[in-house]
Design a protein around this ligand. Structure first.
Ligand code: ATP
Ligand code: MG
Length: 602
């Protein structure tokens, strides 16, 4: 079972180090700042490496000068220098961070925007397959990963190497090669150990992330389905499922922690052994008078100082690996081409009178389940064509294809003779107004939701559209009127109110082509009649595709098509279809009988 579609990295997946080079464009924007930060970095390291030298001279002066000859100002000056260097090393590091902060933050901003735009370019199918909770976390981790990589490769790995080289140089000059070898040996053992153990641990980290994603997706999905959960009294069931996920997460995190403890302990052991060995070497040389007490202090200071960044190196290496995996996933997301793209050199759709044709359309969402088969339909300019038929027959699919949420498998759809795959999506979608079957609203005010149809519309125009959609009475009855918040996905409005918002939006958009997918299905008959007449006004002169279950709403259409299992089985005007005595006539008969019953029982 594939529990989480996005976790398809094998456990031994190696991070791609070349990705680091891919970050250069984000740095290039602020070349000057990067250079300045690097200068500050070198200054900071120089100060760090010079500090133990100052210490050595203080100790040597105090140790080797006879009390009678002691000039107090010399050690005091040295102490001042010692303190100054220590402070300098911190000061330059902080300045470096301050200078670089803008680069990292700007990079995160750029990436976030790119991802956002990319996600909006992806096709509908992609979004239906995705789990929003998991996706959001992948994005968050990826952008954080980029910032981490930028900051830590430049400002941790590079300076640590620099420091090791400088210290090795000084030790070679002041002492002898055996110290340099001992320290380098310890460093190599430490680094190799850290890398190996970190690689072993990566699977636990990844596992913990995957379980984290899973439980999060589950929680979000469950909360989105709040009402459904209540309808079926399934709170306990939901909690159980969630707790199972949390249990997995807990186990994964536990392994993660334990393996981290193993790593840290091993690192500490290596450092301590190195300290003991090298200090013993130094002790012997002090005893035999080969080096001074000041030298001894200096070696000690270097050892302690050198392993501080190295200590972080294990952490940084691990985090860099993780960041690389996260960034790779993000880049992969960015690299995936949208399934629906503008054809190369696509031109804008030119709409004359908007005559729509579906020619021998075959379509399937998945190859193993054909939906539309050989569908032909044409909506002459200014005409209204209605599509009726059983639930699941493929009516809304027609609308999605015309809007180019999906591409047809065979055949073609044209508007004024232009294949919709050959024109830009932007121009295509700008001429089509859709009142969808399920309207979802933004969690914002009613006004903002209405104005979404044309964000630059004037207040007057928005109010007019609301009036035409028969929303004005409703809005006036609200204490906060147009400023009422509609709740997440618009859940604080009734189904019919949401539908009217959708209609008002389309009125505001004022496109030459209309798709009304069950646009009035949630309204009572009275409001429906009122809105239908408004819609009729809007759809006059416009090419309109109406999808409906209630036949009374489509009897005036120029042509009515009856769909069954992805095929058009009847077509004609209302009267022609009644005369044929087929599926439509039957359905009409049934709906009328139930209408009559409803009326007589009132
Ligand atoms: N994204 C999808 N992936 C796979 N199958 C889908 C997808 N969307 C719809 N379908 C399937 O395609 C078929 C046609 O769906 P469509 O929404 O066009 O039906 P419809 O005629 O509008 O039905 P209704 O009257 O209930 O709205 C349905 O059986 C549905 O399960
Ligand atoms: Mg539908």
């Amino acid at each position: 079972m594939r529990a989480y579609a996005d976790n398809d990295y094998p456990a031994d997946h190696k991070p791609d180090w070349k990705l680091i080079a891919g970050l250069w464009p984000y740095l290039a924007e602020y070349r000057g700042r990067v250079a300045l930060a690097l200068c500050l970095l070198v200054l900071a390291k120089l100060a760090t490496v010079a500090t133990p030298v100052a210490l050595k001279y203080i100790v040597d002066y105090l140790d080797q000068t006879q009390a009678a000859d002691m000039l107090l100002w010399i050690p005091v000056l040295l102490v001042l220098a010692y303190g100054g260097l220590r402070f300098g090393s911190t000061l330059f590091s902080e300045l470096r961070d301050a200078v670089f902060a803008r680069v990292a933050e700007r990079a995160m901003r750029r990436v976030s925007l790119r991802v956002f735009e990319h996600l909006h370019q992806r096709e509908l199918g992609f979004h239906l397959d995705r789990k929003t909770g998991g996706l959001a976390r992948d994005i968050e981790r990826g952008t954080n990963g980029i910032s981490f990589l930028l900051r830590f490769t430049l400002f941790n790995i590079v300076p640590t190497l620099l420091e090791i080289l400088m210290v090795a140089g000084i030790l070679l000059v002041v002492f002898n090669a055996s110290y340099v070898f001992a320290i380098l040996f310890a460093v190599v053992v430490y680094v190799v150990y850290s890398i190996k153990i970190t690689e072993w641990r990566t699977r636990f980290v990844r596992e913990a992330n995957a379980r984290d994603n899973e439980s999060n997706s589950r929680a979000i999905d469950s909360l989105l389905n709040y009402e459904t959960v209540k309808y079926f009294n399934n709170e306990r069931y939901e909690a159980q499922l969630y707790d199972q996920d949390l249990d997995n997460w807990e186990q994964a995190r536990l392994k993660n922690r334990l393996s981290l403890a193993a790593l840290n302990t091993g690192q500490a052991l290596i450092i301590s052994v190195a300290l003991i060995v090298i200090m013993t070497m130094a002790v012997r040389e002090v005893a035999s008078g080969e080096i001074t007490l000041g030298d001894f202090t200096m070696v000690n200071a270097y050892l302690l100082q050198l392993f501080i960044p190295l200590n972080a190196l294990g952490f940084v290496y691990r985090e860099i690996r993780q960041a690389l995996v996260n960034v790779e996933r993000l880049f992969k997301l960015l690299g995936d081409k949208p399934a629906i793209q503008d054809a190369p050199g696509a031109k804008d759709l030119v709409v004359d009178n908007s005559d729509v044709r579906f020619e021998q359309i075959h379509f399937a969402y998945r190859p193993d389940r054909p939906i539309l088969q050989d569908v032909n339909l044409s909506i002459p300019a200014g005409h209204t064509v209605a599509v009726v038929g059983a639930s699941g027959a493929g009516k809304s699919t027609l609308a999605r294809l015309l809007f180019r949420f999906y591409d047809v498998d065979k055949g073609r759809i044209t508007i004024d003779g232009q294949d919709i795959r050959q024109v830009t999506q932007d121009s295509l979608r700008s001429v089509i107004g859709v009142v969808p079957q399920d309207t979802v609203l933004f969690n914002d005010t009613l006004y903002r939701n209405l104005a979404y149809g044309r964000p630059d519309a004037s207040e007057e125009e928005v109010h007019r559209a609301a009036r035409m959609a028969h929303l004005d009475n409703f809005i006036h009855s609200l204490p906060e009127g147009y400023n009422t918040k509609v709740g997440e996905r618009g859940l604080k409005l009734s189904g019919g109110e949401k539908q009217r918002v959708a209609i008002a939006r389309v009125i505001l958009k004022n496109p030459p082509l209309l798709i009304l997918d069950e646009a009035t299905s949630s309204l009572d008959s009275l409001s429906e009649q009122a809105i239908l007449s408004a819609l009729k006004e809007v759809s006059q002169q416009r090419t309109t595709l109406v999808i409906a279950h209630r036949l009374s709403t489509v009897r005036d259409a120029n042509t009515i098509l009856v769909m069954d299992s992805g095929q058009i089985v009847e077509s004609g005007s209302h009267n022609e279809l009644l005369a044929q005595g087929g599926y439509y006539a039957n359905l009409w008969e049934q709906q009328h009988r139930s209408d009559d019953n409803a009326q007589s029982s009132q």
